[in-house]
Design a protein around this ligand. Structure first.
Ligand SMILES: Cc1cc2nc3c(=O)[nH]c(=O)nc-3n(C[C@H](O)[C@H](O)[C@H](O)COP(=O)(O)OP(=O)(O)OC[C@H]3O[C@@H](n4cnc5c(N)ncnc54)[C@H](O)[C@@H]3O)c2cc1C
Length: 407
């Protein structure tokens, strides 16, 4: 939906220029000219005293979807290194591309990071479009949206997957509005209707009480931001070969309105929940902040990290960065120990794909036991110290078990 000027009506008053938030209107020969910086907000339409500006309705029936082919993955990088979620998207993108018998392309924007581009091939991409430009080293909404928009217009992918990180959640909607296509945010599952080449994008809705599967039948690309930690990571194959196409995008300083002056990293310790092979989580059953000391002891004994339910975060017993669940982190460790956690659907949404779940809860009917591989019904203040003690003696126990099995 483009904004257009009826030249004959324009009186050259410049009112639209002053109201435009994107600095997208030039006055040439006393006529307003709308440039490609336009974000189609429509502010100029209301301001024009002579009704010379209007919004052109797009093709409501959609685009010619047969012109669009291929699956794209946005290869988000920070300081030149692509994120883990990119490997997850490549894993999922590979499956989708194979099903649709099409190409998987990674789209990498950055500056002088050739090695990273080559690595994406080894993780499953057939092709990498690597846009190399000094203005793309650091993420900016305008810069990234412009470059990817131009690429989409030129090459017409049918599917575009973006990690639902802070950057991905910013970029996705800006891009989809620019391209005028549909975006499903924060998906936790993707399937393909092969016959119609439709992506079935599933995400939790209404506080996680409903899983909505959303389609984008008439517009392309079908865009989805995908929650980090949910999809399985692609495995590296050192021998994989593909094509890296380096492009030098048309990008000027003036295309980017927001300037990044400095990036400051939080000095809070990073809780690498998504990467942890073992997580010990505490819930409201701990009864208070001090209960997390016991959780930390067990986590330390197991070599894991501490997770938490939202109830404990809301009660300010622990930092939000520890929260597991729909509005926290999605994890799939080898071992997840849920202590005093009831198993609300919003918590389960973030941990039910863990390989092995152990639940400790004094209520035998707690829903957490429905997903647990092993359950202990009891007071966590009695159970956990006993577990820690058993772990202290694990060598002796293993010896005893071996001796038994040899008998
Ligand atoms: C939109 C939305 C998003 C949400 N996102 C999240 C999210 O990301 N993550 C999340 O966790 N929640 C989330 N929630 C909240 C969620 O609905 C639950 O309220 C929350 O998970 C409950 O936390 P809990 O299990 O610690 O507490 P409770 O539900 O109060 O459960 C405490 C459990 O501890 C047991 N217990 C009590 N004392 C002991 C003891 N001494 N020993 C052993 N067991 C004991 C009890 O039997 C009970 O089962 C969200 C809610 C909404 C509406």
């Amino acid at each position: 939906m483009a904004i257009k000027v009826i030249k004959e009506k324009c009186v050259g008053c410049g009112a639209c220029v002053t109201v435009c938030p994107a600095d997208a209107i030039n006055m040439i020969d006393k006529k307003a000219i709308i440039t490609d910086k336009c974000i189609a907000c429509g502010a100029c339409i209301n301001k024009c005293p002579v009704e010379a500006i209007f919004k052109e309705e797009g093709n409501k029936g959609g685009v010619n979807i047969d012109e669009y082919r291929g699956v794209w993955v946005f290869a988000e990088q920070r300081e030149g290194k692509t994120l883990n979620v990119v490997r997850e998207l490549l894993g999922e993108g590979r499956k989708i591309a194979d099903e649709l018998e099409t190409e998987l392309t990674a789209v990498l924007l950055g500056h002088n990071i050739e090695d990273e581009a080559n690595l994406l091939i080894k993780y499953g991409a057939d092709k990498v479009i690597y846009a190399n430009h000094e203005l793309l080293g650091v993420y900016t909404t305008d810069g990234y949206a412009k470059v990817i928009y131009d690429l989409i217009q030129e090459r017409k992918p049918e599917i575009m997957l973006i990690g639902a990180t802070n950057i991905g959640r910013d970029l996705g909607p800006r891009l989809s509005a620019k391209v005028h296509t549909g975006l499903t945010a924060d998906c936790t599952r993707l399937d393909v209707d092969k016959e119609n080449r439709r992506l079935m994008m599933t995400r939790p809705a209404f506080g996680g009480n409903l899983m909505a599967t959303i389609l984008c039948p008439n517009h392309r690309p079908q865009m989805s931001t995908v929650r980090p930690g949910v999809m399985e990571k692609a495995k590296i194959d050192e021998n994989r070969e593909g094509i890296v196409q380096v492009v030098k995008p048309e990008l000027k300083d003036s295309d980017i309105k927001a300037k990044v002056i400095e990036t400051v990293k939080s000095d809070k310790p990073v809780v690498a929940l998504e990467e942890a092979p073992i997580i010990v989580s505490g819930g409201r059953g701990l009864g208070g902040e001090e209960g997390f000391k016991l959780i930390e002891d067990l986590a330390e004994k197991l070599g894991g990290v501490v997770g938490a339910s939202r109830a404990t975060v809301d009660s300010q017993w622990i930092e939000q960065s520890h929260q597991v669940g729909q509005t926290g982190k999605t994890v799939r460790p080898g071992l997840y120990v849920a202590c005093g956690i009831s198993g609300a659907i919003q918590h389960l949404a973030g941990m039910q794909d863990s390989k092995c779940i152990v639940a400790i809860n004094k209520d035998p009917n707690a829903p957490i036991f429905e997903v647990a591989d092993y359950g202990i019904v009891g007071d966590l203040y009695e159970v956990i110290p006993e577990l820690i003690q058993a772990l202290d003696n694990v060598d002796d126990i293993m010896e005893a078990v071996k001796a038994l099995s040899n008998e």
